[in-house]
Design a binder for this molecule. Structure first.
Ligand SMILES: C[S@@+](CC[C@H](N)C(=O)[O-])C[C@H]1O[C@@H](n2cnc3c(N)ncnc32)[C@H](O)[C@@H]1O
Length: 233
């Protein structure tokens, strides 16, 4: 396995090679890559399977934040075909693909920004999100986690499958580049762009705990798709 030093060297090289590449708007980024998207994400098949296993059997309704074409839902419905899902995503083309794959399932799709969408109060058995939240700054995530906590029923669970930074150096390197690139292209604050700014496990857990969750990492994936289970106890 690659050492942390080598990983950081490669990351710095990649950031330097792509220093002049403009940032792409979030939904456009995924629309352009829709064909081939699921094959590309296939490297995380085991994480998707583990994610589905970690969802409590008693769940009847779930909210999926950044559901995309639903790779996590493919696994969840294999295990529990009757589960009702509300999938929120910015990208209508990704949602179209999801609906085409699962016409017979209890599925509601919402083409919206999950920071703006109302999750209600004590409404969901589980809230899930896979590979979506590493695009956002901790301040925004903190508010989102509070909203998720409020939306969950007592005893509910938030399953987060995501890319975590290996250390503070990676976190700061990526966030610094993100801020720099946004400034250079004069991108307004409310516009979403595709650029990875993962947090370290420690920072991610601390945000979840500050929202009221009891959280721990359950699955350590070699390829940037770790799983955190956050419980509303
Ligand atoms: C890497 S894809 C993951 C999709 C799916 N969860 C999976 O694992 O295959 C990230 C998804 O998050 C969506 N997304 C990013 N920011 C979002 C936001 N603020 N509100 C809703 N969806 C968002 C993107 O449109 C994209 O479909």
């Amino acid at each position: 396995m690659e050492s942390r030093e080598q990983y950081l060297r490669d990351l710095k090289q990649w950031l330097s090679d792509t220093a002049d590449s403009p940032l792409e708007e979030m939904a456009d980024f995924f629309t352009k890559r829709l064909d081939g998207y699921e094959e590309h994400m296939g490297i995380w098949e085991k994480s998707y399977q583990r994610f589905a296993e970690l969802l409590p059997d008693a769940c009847r309704n779930i909210l999926d934040l950044g559901c995309g074409t639903g790779l996590e839902l493919d696994q969840i419905w294999k295990k529990n075909p009757d589960i009702a899902v509300t999938g929120v995503d910015l990208c209508e083309d990704m949602l179209d693909r999801l609906r085409q794959k699962h016409p017979e399932k209890k599925l509601t799709t919402v083409c919206r920004d999950y920071f703006q969408y109302d999750f209600g109060s004590e409404q969901w058995d589980a809230v899930i999100s896979f590979e979506s939240l590493h695009h956002f700054l901790p301040e925004a995530k903190k508010e989102l986690y509070k909203k998720i906590f409020l939306g969950l029923k007592a005893g509910g669970v938030f399953l987060l499958g995501d890319y975590l930074a290996c250390c503070e150096e990676e976190e700061e390197l990526l966030r610094g580049t993100y801020t720099e690139k946004r400034k250079k292209s004069v991108i307004p604050e409310q516009h979403f762009v595709h650029f990875d700014i993962p947090l370290t496990l420690e920072h991610e857990l601390s945000l979840l705990e500050s929202a009221g969750f009891h959280a721990e990492k359950i699955w350590d994936a070699p390829e940037e798709a770790d799983i955190i289970v956050a419980k509303k106890e």
